[in-house]
Design a protein around this ligand. Structure first.
Ligand SMILES: *[C@@H]1O[C@H](CO)[C@@H](O)[C@H](O)[C@H]1NC(C)=O
Ligand SMILES: *[C@@H]1O[C@H](CO)[C@@H](O)[C@H](O)[C@H]1NC(C)=O
Ligand SMILES: *[C@@H]1O[C@H](CO)[C@@H](O)[C@H](O)[C@H]1NC(C)=O
Length: 397
């Protein structure tokens, strides 16, 4: 796997776990709000086959037994996320999510303020004690010996199908998994049972905030809005209600004065950057090259890096803070996904390469609806807002 993917995947795992914890505790708090309001959409037959309908799961999960905060909940990852070398993800989680890692026991304890009493586990022996078992979609393809034996399954358990990558690249059906094996889906698709995007705006802001202050923006928002961190429903509402530039009112330096903006713009010597390594091996990856070529044809100057151009990006490692620093010298970043109109799929290109670096993303691939739901207006440029590539080039110059 490419290095930059690692970084994105690790970040994704953190976002996912926080979302997941919030969702599980939301379930256990007995709510029936927006999280599960949308149904699995009919046009996606594959997803429907892969899981029971959300409505069904809801009534089952919320029906009779509501877990108490004091009850321990075990969330078992049947496949260790992203391979056998779990030391890296666990350490990363530890730093960013305030969880205690017990390597010797293959477990992570989550701050009780976030989740009543949660354990994230990787030890398959815990299967019958687990409240939820998470299967990463890519890994569910090796054959029946790789999924738990039917006799181990408990009625009240939720089996969860998890995917962070593009659905275009994942085999949905495999002989290993019978129909209705999964109770919930967890992915970037907004109608998933547990919505788990690659990243979110609050998360990016949190990372920027942390970078500057070594503090946690969730605590900050909770305090400002007078909600409890242990009340995910209110906390989510509070996060949603914070307009991006309202951080100014809170006297944080995420807000920029006109003078600061001027300095920032002076710092931006480049126009458009694009790092791309998948040189169009499948149809939708090829589409983005065609689009970029037509932008060039109408005069857009693009600094392209990566395998396909033969010009390596000056910073080799995604982990190196200079990676984003170099990108932040550009005004725009081509956040061109390798999947076209794949529901809910927005990758590290949008979140980390562009937004986290302070470069305005020029988006190609994701659905307009998904982008609108994720980002405030004027924080991105969507290629589909322009009739032709020529119009877009005119807009930029
Ligand atoms: C992590 O948890 C500890 C103990 O609960 C708390 O004192 C600390 O402020 C938390 N740190 C962050 C970054 O949330
Ligand atoms: C970590 O796991 C080991 C081995 O099971 C156990 O002895 C130890 O008490 C655990 N540590 C914590 C902090 O729970
Ligand atoms: C999960 O799905 C299985 C298989 O369809 C089903 O037997 C079980 O009751 C479901 N569990 C919950 C908690 O909904």
């Amino acid at each position: 796997m490419q290095k930059f993917m690692w970084w994105a995947l690790l970040a994704a795992i953190c976002v996912t776990i926080v979302y997941f914890i919030l969702s599980v505790s939301y379930l256990t708090h007995g709510g029936r709000g927006s999280l599960f309001a949308e149904q699995v959409q009919t046009e996606d037959q594959q997803l429907q086959r892969a899981s029971l309908s959300v409505e069904n799961v809801l009534s089952q999960a919320l029906g009779s037994q509501r877990l108490q905060d004091s009850e321990e909940k075990i969330i078992l990852f049947w496949f260790v996320p992203y391979g056998s070398d779990r030391t890296v993800p666990l350490e990363y989680l530890h730093e960013t999510n305030n969880v205690t890692v017990n390597n010797s026991d293959k477990e992570i304890f989550v701050d009780s303020k976030i989740c009543g009493n949660c354990r994230l586990a990787f030890d398959r022996k815990l299967i019958s004690k687990s409240d939820a078992v998470v299967f990463y979609a890519h890994d569910v393809k090796w054959g029946p010996h790789e999924i738990p034996h039917n006799s181990l399954r408990q009625q009240k358990q939720l089996y969860i199908w998890w995917l962070q990558e593009s659905t275009a690249k994942v085999p949905f059906r495999t002989k290993a998994v019978p129909d209705f094996f999964f109770n919930l889906t967890m992915s970037g698709r907004r109608s998933s049972g547990v919505h788990s995007p690659y990243s979110t705006l609050p998360w990016i802001l949190k990372m920027l905030w942390n970078k500057k202050h070594g503090r946690d923006i969730m605590h900050f928002i909770a305090k400002e809005k007078d909600v409890k961190l242990t009340d995910p429903e209110s906390l989510n509402k509070a996060i949603d209600s914070v307009p991006v530039n309202s951080f100014a009112a809170a006297n944080t330096d995420l807000h920029q004065t006109n003078a600061e903006l001027k300095t920032l713009l002076n710092y931006k010597k480049g126009l458009v950057a694009w790092i791309v390594g998948n040189c169009g091996y499948f149809p939708s990856a090829r589409l983005r090259f065609e689009y970029a070529d037509s932008l060039r044809k109408y005069g857009l100057k693009i600094d392209q890096f990566g395998r396909c151009s033969g010009v390596p990006f000056p910073i080799a490692s995604r982990w190196d803070p200079s990676f984003n620093k170099v990108l932040s010298t550009y005004k725009f970043y081509l956040a061109f996904e390798n999947s076209y109109h794949c529901n809910g799929y927005m990758s590290e290109k949008l979140w980390y390469n562009a937004l986290y670096s302070g470069a305005v993303p020029i988006v190609f691939g994701p659905l307009k609806d998904d982008i609108c739901a994720a980002l405030p207006p004027k924080s991105y440029i969507h290629t589909e807002d322009f009739k032709t590539p020529e119009d877009l080039v005119k807009y930029i110059y």
